[in-house]
Structures are given as structure tokens and as C-alpha cells.
Design a binder for this molecule. Structure first.
Ligand SMILES: Cc1cc2nc3c(=O)[nH]c(=O)nc-3n(C[C@H](O)[C@H](O)[C@H](O)COP(=O)(O)OP(=O)(O)OC[C@H]3O[C@@H](n4cnc5c(N)ncnc54)[C@H](O)[C@@H]3O)c2cc1C
Length: 434
């Protein structure tokens, strides 16, 4: 099964699609158009970039293959988190502490920017703050404490250590031995947020076309994006298509696709639990994520369901018995939910890089790309979009902090890279279990 089919199929059962209001589809691109910048992809990254470019005075056409927010941005765990998926280690190793410090600071800026955009554009998206990283074994407790100490010592970022009765004030689960809590990160309804960004981009004058998959990109002094029924000629192109870019447009930027790998991750939504029961599970209404290699991540929704994410798959087919598996995972954390029904099950693909560090940069002088958020993109995409907009406006210095990062291709090419990744992942998951 192709990535696109399974993506679409799973999205039908998304709690987010059921609880947000979508307007009618925007028209598909037809005929010849011109713009200063053509943005490919209508997720957080593409929309935030388009919005900033338009505010800076550029004319922008944004082409989305499906509906805006139909990719990872409209179906994720909704957790906006400081830092990057890889942690700081690859940046420390490749660029030293000064580079790593800048990346850390920009990750804080990304979270602040998300809140600022929600506020500025009055996006009603159930935003709440508070973030708990939980550890489920003595080894994971030691690792979490070491990480927290390093963040405080090297980056001045404080978290609160919780265990025993203190931990129970945030989470009613005997599964975890300790946790760090911080008030900067948090959670929101990602589809409401992405639709709010769309409204803001349209109000600013961005031309948005849905059902307009870009199948080819002619490069040169200007670029021309080609869809089934139209073209956009522009001075710059921004590739913000995430894992689906190689699927919709294999010829658009083939040199990029071997550096990311689509990995499936899944989320379930329970039936409404009622205020008191939901609050008893997560009294602080924080978002939660564990520090295992294949993470469990969960939170309360605004209508008091538990949204529980986890599980990974390296095939693009939907795993068999997905609801049962997810229900078991959820009950391992909250046995109180044994009799609770799941009303929604969905999933999507995260674009992981070999070292889990984000992969931003340019091809030639006028094609920019943003990929490799590695499951940690709700906040960072918004800043990445801004960095590209700034680079197009002639200030590339901040984008280049990321663009200097060396990324390796997954060995084995398009079809054979999966087995090597599975082996690597299995090793880490086994280590977590032991
Ligand atoms: C199930 C799940 C849970 C997650 N949970 C979290 C979380 O809790 N916290 C967190 O920080 N991150 C999380 N992530 C990751 C986060 O959602 C992503 O990093 C982020 O949404 C990526 O945004 P994007 O704009 O780069 O890509 P997307 O949102 O995927 O947008 C890309 C868009 O480009 C379009 N496109 C692709 N190719 C073409 C083409 N050729 N022509 C036109 N359009 C094209 C696609 O249709 C898509 O709409 C999760 C991801 C998933 C799937």
C-alpha cells in the first residue's frame, strides 16, 4: 500500500477532523500563474513560511496536493515542545556549544512564536501549557535526570523533578517512577491551529490552491511548479511537503528523499471521560511523553477525552489490530481505562532523519526545503518557515545555522532502507524493554 493511500484512510478516523470545521475545498490550480514565491505543501511549515513572506511584501502561491492540514500537521499529538527531536548532541558534535546554544534558543523562540501566532490571529485551538516527561524504569529515571541537569547547566533551562506523591499531582499512574515538568511547552488542537494559519495566510493575501499536487519543478533563474492543470512561475520555491513530497512529486527534489524516512505513528481518542474522571488521570492538564526510544505521548482533549499516541511502524501499511494494540498500550499506563471505548484511531508519518536532527537548507540559489522534523515539528515548523522567509529576504544567517548540519542518506535506497532502519529501531526498543 502506498503512503498516500494509508495516510488518507487513517485520517478518516481522526478526532481532529471530527471536531474542527473545515470550509469547502479551495479551487485547484488551473492555467499559468506568476508569484514571487511558490510554496509546496500546506502544513504548518508551508503556511507559516507563506504568511511571513506575504507580510514582508512578497506575492505567494501555496500549492497543496490534498486539503490543507491533511498531512502530519492536522493529525499529530498536538504537543508543542521545546528542543529538537535529536536532542542537542548532534549540534554539539558538529558545531560545538555555540551552534548548539543557538539551536536551543531558536527552539524556545519556536514555542514563543507559536503562542504569538495563536494570539495575533485569534486562533481558537484549545491551547494549554505544561509538559511532563516521564520515565518508566530506574535506567530511564537516571537518563532523564542526567538530561535535565545538562539542560539546566548548559542551556539554563529549568525543569521541576517530580516523584511519589508530587508526581501523582500531575499524573495518576503507577507506571512511571519519575518525571520532569516544565511550563513552557504544552498542547493544542493541531487541525484548528493549521486551519487558523490558513485563514491568516488567506487574509494576508496568500493564494492557496488545494488538490494541486506539484508533479514537477523546473529549476533555473526562475522556477516553475507544474500541477495536473496549471503552472506557477516564481523567483523562489519552498519545499514543505514532508514525507509525502516524494510520493506526490517524485521528480520535484529526488536528491532530498533519501535523507528522510517515513515512520508511522498512531493516536487513539477515547470516548468523552467526563470532567472529573479526565482530571483524575492528568490533574495538571499537561501534555505527557515518555523518554523511551519509541515514545508514548498523551494528553487530555478540550472535551475531556484521552488522546493517546504511540507505536511505530516502518511499513506504510496500517498495522493489524491497531485499536487493540493501542488500547493495551494506553491501559498499561492507565489501567483505570480498561473499560473505556476508543472512538477514534488514526495515524500519520513522521519524517525522520538518520540522526533525528532537522534538515533545512537550499538547493541551488532559489529552492529552499524544510524536512526532517523527526516527530518534533508542531512548534519548530513555524520557526523553520520564518527562517526560510528571512533567507529569501536576504538574511540567511539563522537558516544557515541549521543548513550547515551534515545529514547522511539512509543506506539501501528507497526500498531497502526500511530493513536497516527496522533493525536499528528494534535494537533501541529492546534496550528500553530490558
Ligand atoms: C501521528 C503524528 C503525531 C505527531 N505528534 C507530534 C507531537 O505531538 N508534537 C510534535 O512536535 N510533532 C508531532 N508530530 C510531527 C509533526 O506533526 C510534524 O513534524 C509537522 O506537522 C510537519 O509539518 P509540515 O508542514 O512539515 O508537514 P505536513 O503537515 O505533512 O504538510 C506537508 C503537506 O505537503 C503536501 N504535499 C506533499 N507533497 C506535495 C506536492 N508534491 N505538491 C503539493 N503538496 C504536497 C502534503 O499533502 C501535506 O499536506 C507528529 C506527527 C504525526 C504523523
Amino acid at each position: 500500500m502506498s503512503l498516500l493511500q494509508s495516510d488518507t484512510q487513517l485520517n478518516r478516523h481522526s478526532y481532529y477532523e471530527a471536531s474542527a470545521q473545515r470550509a469547502a475545498a479551495l479551487p485547484a490550480l488551473a492555467g499559468s500563474h506568476h508569484a514571487d514565491v511558490v510554496v509546496i505543501g500546506g502544513g504548518f511549515a508551508g503556511l507559516c513560511c507563506a504568511l511571513d513572506l506575504r507580510k514582508a511584501g512578497y506575492s505567494v502561491a501555496l500549492l497543496e496536493a490534498d486539503r490543507v492540514g491533511s498531512g502530519a500537521s492536522g493529525r499529530n499529538g498536538g504537543q508543542f515542545i521545546v528542543g529538537v527531536a535529536s536532542g542537542q548532541a548532534p549540534f554539539e558534535a558538529q558545531g560545538g556549544h555555540a551552534m548548539s546554544r543557538r539551536v536551543w534558543d531558536m527552539s524556545l523562540e519556536a514555542v514563543a512564536l507559536l503562542k504569538e501566532r495563536v494570539f495575533e490571529h485569534r486562533i481558537v485551538c484549545d491551547l494549554a501549557t505544561g509538559y511532563l516527561t516521564v520515565a518508566d524504569s530506574p535506567r530511564k529515571v537516571r537518563a532523564l535526570q542526567a538530561d535535565a541537569e545538562a539542560l539546566e547547566r548548559d542551556y539554563g533551562f529549568s525543569t521541576r523533578w517530580l516523584q511519589g506523591a508530587d508526581l501523582q499531582t500531575q499524573i495518576q499512574s503507577a507506571h512511571y517512577l519519575g518525571a520532569t515538568w516544565e511550563p513552557v511547552s504544552g498542547h493544542l488542537h493541531p487541525l484548528k491551529y493549521v486551519l487558523g494559519l490558513l485563514a491568516a495566510a488567506q487574509a494576508a493575501g496568500v493564494q492557496v490552491f488545494e488538490h494541486s499536487a506539484v508533479t514537477g519543478l523546473q529549476r533555473g533563474a526562475t522556477v516553475t511548479a507544474q500541477t495536473a492543470n496549471g503552472t506557477v512561475r516564481a523567483n523562489f520555491a519552498v519545499l514543505a511537503g514532508n514525507c509525502a513530497l516524494p510520493e506526490w512529486g517524485p521528480q520535484v527534489a529526488p536528491e532530498l528523499s533519501s535523507r528522510i524516512m517515513p515512520v508511522g505513528t498512531y493516536v487513539v481518542g477515547t470516548e468523552p471521560l467526563g470532567d472529573a474522571f479526565a482530571a483524575s488521570l492528568l490533574p495538571g492538564n499537561s501534555a505527557v511523553c515518555d523518554n523511551n526510544f519509541a515514545v508514548d505521548y498523551f494528553r487530555r482533549s478540550a472535551d475531556q477525552r484521552l488522546l493517546f499516541g504511540g507505536g511505530v511502524s516502518y511499513s506504510t501499511a496500517t498495522p493489524r489490530h491497531l485499536s487493540d494494540t493501542m488500547h493495551r498500550r494506553m491501559c498499561r499506563v492507565f489501567p483505570q481505562l480498561a473499560k473505556t471505548r476508543l472512538e477514534y484511531v488514526w495515524g500519520g508519518f513522521v519524517d525522520i532523519t538518520m540522526n533525528r536532527a532537522p534538515d533545512f537548507g537550499r538547493i541551488g540559489g532559489n529552492v529552499y526545503y524544510l524536512q526532517g522534523f523527526s516527530g518534533h515539528g508542531v512548534a519548530l515548523t513555524g520557526l523553520a518557515g520564518r527562517l526560510v522567509a528571512q533567507a529569501i529576504a536576504g538574511q540567511a544567517e539563522r537558516l544557515d545555522v541549521f543548513a550547515r548540519m551534515q545529514h547522511r542518506s539512509f543506506p539501501g535506497g528507497r526500498w531497502l532502507r526500511t530493513p536497516s532502519l527496522v533493525l536499528g529501531m528494534a535494537y533501541h526498543q529492546l534496550k528500553d524493554l530490558l
